[in-house]
Design a protein around this ligand. Structure first.
Ligand code: ATP
Ligand code: MG
Length: 164
């Protein structure tokens, strides 16, 4: 499908914003900030899969930020890529675990993870989906400070895009 990825990302974030505003469980303690380019970026993507990826990373950002905080979401373009990043102020991921978080069923600190629910498949599925789009996904994290997930997608801008 040929879709506007800015709009798709904004839709997902709108939904999370509404969830945070309405659900008692979140106690409105999370703030989503956005830095999304105004330039319309049209890409050939599998919409359902891409939504699944955004959903999982946003869900993780909330789930692993028990104290709440700001979740910074950005979408930028370079001359041949689109870079999406999602940064939370949560518990972070220990250095030794970071290389494994995209493995199937891998969860940091099993005892703690179990109490939070989940299967440990979200990131493995996300990675598979991004690689199907010839993209890359990775994370940087500082334990106790927060985590940033990056998604890089190849993008060749066309002149026609300026007419949108
Ligand atoms: P599922 O997504 O299948 O419901 P899950 O969230 O445990 O379960 P993944 O999304 O694959 O599985 O994440 C794997 C592990 O990486 C998590 O269990 C968690 O330990 C760690 N992790 C993922 N995102 C974050 C984050 N934003 N902050 C801290 N730890 C994270
Ligand atoms: Mg998850």
């Amino acid at each position: 499908e040929y879709v506007n990825i800015n709009r798709l990302f904004n839709h997902v974030l709108d939904r999370f914003d509404m969830m945070i505003q309405s659900a008692d469980q979140f106690e409105k303690k999370y703030t989503i900030k956005r830095e999304i380019t105004n330039r319309q970026i049209w890409m050939e993507i599998d919409t359902d899969k891409m939504i699944q990826v955004f959903d999982n990373i946003m869900n993780n950002a909330l789930k692993y930020s028990p104290e709440g905080g700001v979740i910074n979401c950005s979408l930028k373009e370079t001359h041949d890529n689109v870079i999406i990043s999602i940064t939370d102020e949560g518990m972070g991921i220990p250095k030794k675990d970071l290389p494994h978080i995209f493995d199937r069923f891998y969860r940091v600190d099993k005892a703690r993870a179990r109490s939070m629910g989940g299967t440990g498949l979200g990131l493995a599925i996300s990675k598979e989906a991004i690689e199907k789009h010839n993209g890359k996904i990775w994370a940087n994290s500082i334990e106790g400070e927060g985590t940033t997930f990056y998604i890089l997608l190849p993008y060749v801008p066309y002149e026609e895009d300026d007419w949108e």
